[in-house]
Design a protein around this ligand. Structure first.
Ligand code: BTN
Length: 269
């Protein structure tokens, strides 16, 4: 891939401007710097490799060369409180782009709030970051990382949750750039509909682990256990605990509850 080929490939989409890099630290960092110096709304930064890709809570995000998709969109007209729906926007677009290629019994799902899973394995993550200049939000940077080919799946000891890649679930080689186009097409469909009833229904329909026991952790807070009931109208995660009390969570990391699974079950990690 190169700059001119990527521009040609994406020329039918209503993007701002596009920048392609062979290797960067993090596309979110480059996008933030570009936003500072006037990148147009809905501009895109794509990289073939990241040396310091990051996930939520400062975790590392593995992006070896030629094997993954790593890109960031610069969104100008988003309210700071829309970080959560924007995260879902990225995850929903990935789900829908993959859905067309997958058999109906393996629907891609959203492991709230930001992971895309297929067959209960993670293959993509979304990192939405607000970029500020004083008290002015310059842009929301929506970063998306997808494991496409097997080398993009991190080693097992680095995983918080079982992982896979698009080629493994499809059982065939995948055109990374065709997939990028399909994801952006879905993302640009949903962007003007962010937060609408249609959007919330599509997000809710993709929610993983509905009716299952989970534990949601967030640093500095006690873990919250409960059965997943669904999303609130704001996109918070609604759980019901053992006493029947309902909890609406705004943030956290979701895991299946270990006690309901066999000891050593990889999903319970
Ligand atoms: C997560 O699962 O915690 C989110 C992972 C987000 C990774 C993407 S890759 C493109 C963009 N650049 C980064 O450094 N992170 C995001």
């Amino acid at each position: 891939m190169d700059q001119a080929t990527l521009e040609a490939l994406l020329s039918d989409l209503p993007l701002g401007a596009v920048r392609y890099f062979d290797c960067v630290t993090s596309t979110n960092d480059l996008a933030a710097r570009w936003a500072e110096v006037g990148a147009p709304d809905v501009s895109l930064v794509v990289a073939n490799e990241q040396t310091a890709g990051r996930g939520r809570f400062g975790r590392l995000w593995f992006t070896p060369r030629d094997a993954a998709l790593a890109f960031s969109l610069i969104l100008r007209h988003i309210e700071p409180q829309a970080l959560l729906p924007c995260t879902a926007l990225g995850a929903l677009a990935v789900c829908e782009a993959l859905n067309a290629a997958l058999p109906p019994f393996f629907p891609p799902q959203i492991k709230w709030p930001n992971d895309v899973i297929v067959k209960r394995r993670k293959l993509a993550g979304v990192l939405a970051e607000a970029h500020w200049h004083g008290d002015q939000m310059v842009a929301l940077i929506l970063g998306i990382g997808i494991n496409v080919a097997p080398p993009s799946v991190p080693p097992a000891e680095q995983l918080e949750f079982p992982a896979t890649c698009v080629e493994e679930v499809l059982g065939k080689a995948v055109d990374r750039w065709g997939l990028l186009h399909a994801i952006l097409e879905r993302l640009l469909y949903w962007l003007p509909r962010l937060g609408s009833a249609e959007f919330m229904m599509a997000w809710d329909a993709r929610l993983a682990f509905r009716g299952e026991w989970v534990v949601v952790t967030l640093e500095g807070q006690p873990p919250q256990e409960g059965v997943v009931l669904g999303l609130t109208p704001q996109g918070y995660l609604r759980l019901k605990d053992t006493r029947g009390q309902v909890h609406d969570l705004q943030a956290g990391v979701m895991h299946l509850r270990p006690t309901r699974y066999e000891q050593g079950d990889e999903y319970a990690r």
